[in-house]
Design a protein around this ligand. Sequence first.
Ligand code: BG6
Length: 296
Amino acid sequence: EVVKGVNGLEKIILREIRGSSAEVYLYGGHVTSWKNEHREELLFLSSKALFKPPKAIRGGIPICFPQFSNHGSLEPHGFARNRFWSIDTDPPPFPTSTSAKSFVDLILKPTEEDLKIWPHSFEFRLRVSLSPAGDLMLTSRIRNTNLDGKPFTFTFAYHTYFSVSDISEVRVEGLETLDYLDNLQNKERFTEQGDAITFESEVDKIYLGTPTKIAILDHEKKRTFVIRKDGLPDAVVWNPWEKKAKAMADFGDEEYKHMLCVEPAAVEKPITLKPGEEWRGRQELSAVPSSYCSGQ
Ligand code: BG6
């Protein structure tokens, strides 16, 4: 179902029989909403999000490609998040079948203008699907379609903004004792000490070689987000906190309290594809009541 969203931009609404739903804008191939069966919103979307190209939408799940953040010479986070994607009417079959009945396939190919800033021909296929249980899955398949025989290299992230009740009450499990690059300290490498990660100031870190499962525990909401990922060894953790929040025009001054970005990513070791080769990167999100989680 394609409908008009904010500012007339087109979006696709996915619905599952038990009541969960998701919304995906063609602008950016950008998921802006994911609701559980109780119609509760699980992603953070800023009340000041602009929905005005070429600005990326603030919140939801921006796709960072072909460059994560400022790790390269392109604009921060690359250009996929501010291009118009198309519906892929004839996607090639998926190697593994998915049980989801509710999904949409999108495709992005570079325009002549894009080729001037990143001289590589590619096909980026994104499948967004909702399982009957309400889990949200994003699968990216990126193919090098260069005819000049040249490989290309990229970095990538699913810049997922989770909605949380109070950032001071949130813990992230699965990243303890790992190495990370700290964007707030010249991308220097450190090792995380101690227990689960908690938040009391700005954070902008790239955790390296992370496990395939990461959990965000929202104590106040009694909700745990479980992130499962494949093909994405790193995980970026970002919260702008008070000062940076105020400096962002499309972000409310107090909104940092109610969001946390945990972003499955491939940054430290960029991906290289030869012509004809395809890369896959997947994130699967579930939101479960905390009482169902071990140790809760
Ligand atoms: C995070 C980066 O992923 O995205 C941060 O690690 C950056 O450094 C943040 O500030 C937001 O980026 P943008 O371009 O959407 O404002």
